[in-house]
Design a protein around this ligand. Sequence first.
Ligand code: LMR
Length: 312
Amino acid sequence: MKVTVVGAGNVGATCADVLAYREIANEVVLVDIKEGFAEGKALDIWQKAPINLYDTRTVGVTNDYSKTAGSDVVVITSGLPRKPGMTRDDLISTNAGIVQSVTENIVKHSPDAIIIVVSNPLDVMTYAAHITSKLPRTRVMGMAGILDTARYRAFLAEELNVSPKDIQAVLMGGHGDTMVPLPRYTTVGGIPVTELISEDKLNAIVDRTKNGGGELVKLMGTSAWYAPGSAAAQMVEAIVRDQRRVFPVCVKLEGEYGIDGVYLGVPVILGKNGIEKIIELQLNEDEKQLLETSRGHVKEVMDALDNMSAKA
Ligand code: LMR
């Protein structure tokens, strides 16, 4: 299997590293526009192979998409990260053009690839990549739900003093403050989380999850990379190994949850064809309302992108 990661910054390089050391692909191509940058990162990952014992070949290229030809999966991490004081939506004007041009190059050289978008604002960049690629919606998706759920699970594990491995959760909606963690679907070793934690503490964890990316931007002056890069690699693994894992993934909704034409995180089955199935949960009225707020927000940003494209 051949996987391309576009963008050799922190997120892209972390993703490439996980793909290599976990031998998720035989070949990983790392692409960047900065001369020599991807080559250097790829060489560093390759030189780690004799230490960490893997044989995934890792290659870096400067903007040469011919080397990505025939990729099975492509992860797009290109674009600027946010700085303190910015929202993810503030990145739209810079990152939309980058994601569109990367997608054109990808599809030209790997028409059969499955595309995973990581660039922000995530849901709207997934929209940009999808319309540019003209691929079926099952093959263009965004990574956010695994990351947001991981944050939620990590905070719960810390609070309950249990292994994060035993926390199962699902989260829906856009990758922003309006995301919708679902306590009703959260379990700890099969036990409903609500039996183990007070409502106040759970609400505080839900709020911390919603602001999880911002918390890290404040601490580091730039956005996170270990968890986002690993989350994207986990999606690649589910696809290349046809694992049929159940993850929240950003995809264009076409009637599911009563929503049409908006890109939102929903639980899906991820396998060799990309999105094998969208799972429709029976949401209660409160959850429906939260999802509707999230839909409205993402749609506004999608409209902003459409207006920018119309003026260009
Ligand atoms: C994240 O959630 O870590 C990413 O979306 C980056 C960001 O700007 O928060």
